[in-house]
Structure formats: structure tokens, C-alpha cells
Design a protein around this ligand. Sequence first.
Ligand SMILES: [Zn+2]
Length: 172
Amino acid sequence: MNTETLDVKSSQAEKLKNWLKDCYRSARKSNHPSTHNAALLIKNEQVILSGLNILPPGVKFKKERFQGKAKHTYLNHAERDLLYNAARKGISTKNLTMVMPWLPCVPCANAIITAGIKKLVIHKQMVERTDEKWREELENALQLMREADIEIVAYDGLVGEKAYMHSTEWEA
Ligand SMILES: [Zn+2]
């Protein structure tokens, strides 16, 4: 997906690169069959919590929950998994930063806004690999986050970790 028209500011800050590296490493713990994704919660410049695209804890791994449309409803996306983990552990997410290589979908953007996340760090090269069919959804999610005054920054450059999406591994 071409990111030019999304008008997200980019950065090459080492700090963002390191967080994204950390995020891709965490993503390997995902048990999703075709895409591994993680999200990190940052407080005072430190990673304090992570989330994965994964079934809720205790929910059984059944093949039919990972197929077709079911995977969009049974699995938590990494962003929401992270926010739910924070709720479970009693960690306030207000005014904190989230790191997540992709752009969120609309339900995740809504969750990010309502949870009070102030800044979102994404990875330009990952967004560029996203299928064009998601453009409308991602543009709508971006618009919602902008209305809610969430700062969005895209790290521009490779971070030196392997990523796994749409059943393909690539050097992120
Ligand atoms: Zn989502």
C-alpha cells in the first residue's frame, strides 16, 4: 500500500527502531497461522507491556476459529490484546504510547482512543506491505485517531528483524 497519501509524519529515531525490533521479536509468540503481530505499551520511554494477535487466555485453539471470517472475530488483534492485558493488570493506559507496526483497524483505533493512548508508533515499511484492499479501513482509522488528537509517527527504515505476515516471512 502506498503510504504517501496517508500523510503520516516519519522519523528515523533510534529509539523507535529499537521498540519496533522488540515488537517484531514479541510477535513470534503469536499462534496465528498466517500473521504474527504484537503491540507494545511504552511508559517513561520503557516497554512495560505487550499484546499479540491471539485468542483470549484460556480459550481453546480450534482450527475453525482461525479460518476465514472467524479469525477476524475470535482472535484479539494485538492492540486490543495489549489494552485488555493492561486492564487485567490494573495498568492505566492514559497518555501512554503504543508501538504497533501496522496501522490499526477501526475497532482497534476506537479502543486506542478510548483507552487514552496519546501516541502511536508504526513502521512505514510494514504499512507499505499491507494489501491495498485495507486502504479505506486504515484511512478511516487514521482519521478517527486524528480527530482524537493522537500523535502518529512512522519509523522509516528497516529495523533488522524478521516479520511474518500473510504467510510470508520478510526482513523488516
Ligand atoms: Zn485491529
